[in-house]
Write a protein that binds this ligand. Structure first.
Ligand SMILES: [Zn+2]
Length: 198
């Protein structure tokens, strides 16, 4: 994963988060003054701001920035997009892959922009179902294609590390619109991404 360091952290937000995480460490029975933890609250404060930077980003603008007129009508698929997000119920990561397809209707976008859109919505507190739909909707609303399909396969640490401890379970969610409501297009997409989804 390309980790792009975000240089401008909001100083006030960071300072308040540092206080909060110092308290959190104490409440969990740790000693925030011990050597290994001295800079931990600040690191966590910055990591969390990085992991939620999607709130400050506009997925629609990402797609608009590389929207080209093109008369193609074949299905365009970007598969195996790495995805890292955090569940909004436990603030623990879920991670996996997103597969996105659309059938253009006069406009296409840069392939890398599709991956960027996945990042914009992943870097927020999420539920996998909503994430899947948000990706589908912004492509539908921005490119006005004949159809959009999104499948996400992800493992949730909140399930793996606690609770039911289903170590190997993968949650699959999907969202389709337009042409992908037809069996033919949907089956082709699912075959091409090699998913086990039926
Ligand atoms: Zn959870």
């Amino acid at each position: 994963m390309s980790y792009k360091k975000k240089d401008e952290y909001d100083e006030q937000v960071t300072a308040q988060l540092v206080d909060n995480y110092t308290n959190t460490l104490q409440l969990l029975g740790e000693d925030p003054q011990r050597e290994g933890l001295l800079k931990t609250p600040e690191r966590v404060a910055k990591a969390m701001q990085f992991l939620t930077q999607g709130y400050q980003q506009d997925a629609r603008a990402v797609l608009e920035s590389a929207k080209f007129h093109e008369e193609v009508s074949e299905m365009i698929i970007v598969k195996d997009i790495e995805l890292y997000s955090m569940c909004e119920h436990h603030m623990l990561p879920f991670y996996g892959k997103a597969h996105v397809a659309y059938i253009p209707n006069g406009y296409i976008t840069g392939l890398s922009k599709i991956a960027r859109v996945v990042d914009v919505y992943s870097r927020r507190l999420q539920v996998q179902e909503r994430l899947t739909h948000q990706i589908m909707e912004v492509i539908r609303d921005t490119l006005n294609p004949l159809g959009v399909a999104v499948v996400i396969e992800a493992s949730h640490l909140c399930m793996m590390m606690r609770g039911v401890q289903k170590q190997n379970s993968v949650t699959t969610t999907s969202a389709f619109c337009g042409e992908f409501h037809k069996n033919e297009s949907r089956s082709e997409f699912i075959r091409l991404i090699g998913s086990h989804l039926h």
